[in-house]
Design a protein around this ligand. Structure first.
Ligand SMILES: Cc1cc2nc3c(=O)[nH]c(=O)nc-3n(C[C@H](O)[C@H](O)[C@H](O)COP(=O)(O)O)c2cc1C
Length: 375
């Protein structure tokens, strides 16, 4: 029964983009975890694997594993391609961009929170984002049999052209009409309109204001728009469809999925967090990024704290300490990108349960709306 007392018949909501991509439900799921992506595909949605935190040498193996897991089901791969990074990661050049005061601040944080040394490598202890790294990631993705390539933070026309000649469907995450225009000019075939509420790198326009604007812009070109940012329930998904989107793209919702293998301390923080417990900070990557609030974001916004460095230098500065925080599960400093929809992250559950709940709620909302329309 829905909150209005309407009994929801099970409806399925299939949009043209579902048929185009070969999926049975208009739910798109972004994750850095293969297990989550495979489970989204198995549930009839469109799983997108983020490789922005992956060693290019390991991408072919991961994508081959994903293909084996999903069989013929389509899946996508997401690349983060911000402009303005150095040509290559030259340690001396990187070091020149990191002021001594910033190094001292990070060392002091390590001491203040008793963070032991990291013993394991992570992406951020091994790599600094550069054009050379991006090129190796792009080559690995284009050589794979992924069905779709998504780009975020940047939309290099040349990468879109290469992806299209490699017979990949192209998609771009955008946060403003200006970004949408650039993506369409580059030949992108599907837009994800991601609003301010979203977890991860985000712009200043709210999801409710952004989606209909982008739908209006993209309609004449026949480009489908997928809604993102703060979407965590079936009623929000239905609202996105009502605004002309052809589906919803979720990131935060999977953080408490069993398949995400989230460390207990972080899981607890996410479950306890409400929408006001997320903040936009540049202390994650150097670019504005919505994360669950922690001592990390608090320390970087405290009076006297240095201003975070631009991407990629901030992560070069903080990579070692954050690797140690993760490895040793240093509770106050543990955090992850998370959006305002974290308010609905209430307990650990399987991806299939999350998808089934979203579908059930969409049906219930639809039934409730129909009563209003005829009543
Ligand atoms: C933990 C996390 C990491 C993310 N990393 C990326 C990324 O590497 N590339 C990307 O395009 N989007 C990334 N995003 C954003 C998602 O693709 C998605 O647009 C966003 O999560 C949607 O809003 P929501 O968080 O409210 O569901 C990330 C989001 C989260 C929560």
């Amino acid at each position: 029964m829905s909150p209005t007392g309407a009994t929801a018949a099970a409806h399925s909501f299939r949009t043209p983009v579902c048929d185009r991509l070969g999926i049975t439900t208009p739910i798109f799921g972004f994750s850095h975890e293969i297990d989550v992506v495979a489970a989204i595909c198995a549930a009839g949605g469109f799983g997108v694997f983020g490789v922005a935190r992956d060693d290019p040498a390991r991408i072919p193996g991961k994508l081959a594993e994903l293909r084996e897991r999903v069989g013929d089901a389509p899946f996508g791969v997401d690349l983060m391609l911000p402009p303005g990074v150095p040509e290559r990661s030259d340690p001396e050049e990187i070091a020149r961009h990191i002021p001594e005061g910033h190094r001292r601040f990070v060392q002091d944080l390590g001491r203040k929170y008793d963070v032991p040394q990291a013993t394991r490598e992570t992406f951020f202890t091994s790599f600094v984002r550069s054009r050379e790294l991006f090129e190796r990631q792009i080559e690995a993705v284009l050589a794979s049999d992924a069905d779709l390539v998504a780009t975020a933070i940047g939309v290099p026309p040349e990468v879109i052209a290469r992806a299209r000649s490699a017979r990949k469907t192209t998609l771009s995450l955008i946060g403003s009409p200006r970004h949408a225009r650039a993506a369409m000019a580059a030949g992108v075939e599907i837009l994800v309109a991601q609003g301010y509420d979203a977890g991860g790198h985000t712009g200043p326009i709210g999801t409710m204001s952004l989606i209909p604007q982008i739908v209006e812009m993209a309609r004449p070109a026949g480009i489908p728009v997928i809604a993102a940012g703060g979407i965590a329930t079936g009623s929000q998904l239905l609202a996105a469809l009502a605004m002309g989107a052809q589906g919803a793209w979720l990131g935060t919702a999977w953080l408490a999925a069993r398949e995400n293998h989230t460390q207990r301390t972080l899981l607890r923080k996410l479950i306890d967090a409400g929408s006001e417990d997320t903040v936009i900070t540049r202390a994650h990557s150097g670019k504005p990024c919505r994360v669950v609030r922690s001592a990390w974001s608090d320390e970087w916004s405290a009076p006297g704290a240095p201003t975070p460095l631009p991407m990629p230098y901030h992560q070069a500065l903080t990579g070692d300490l954050l690797a140690a925080v993760e490895e040793h599960d240093v509770a106050p400093l543990v955090y992850e990108a998370a959006g305002q929809g974290v308010a609905w992250v209430r307990h650990e559950e399987g991806v299939a349960d999350i998808v089934a709940r979203l579908e059930r709620e969409m049906s219930e909302s639809w039934a409730a709306l129909r009563i209003l329309a005829t009543g």
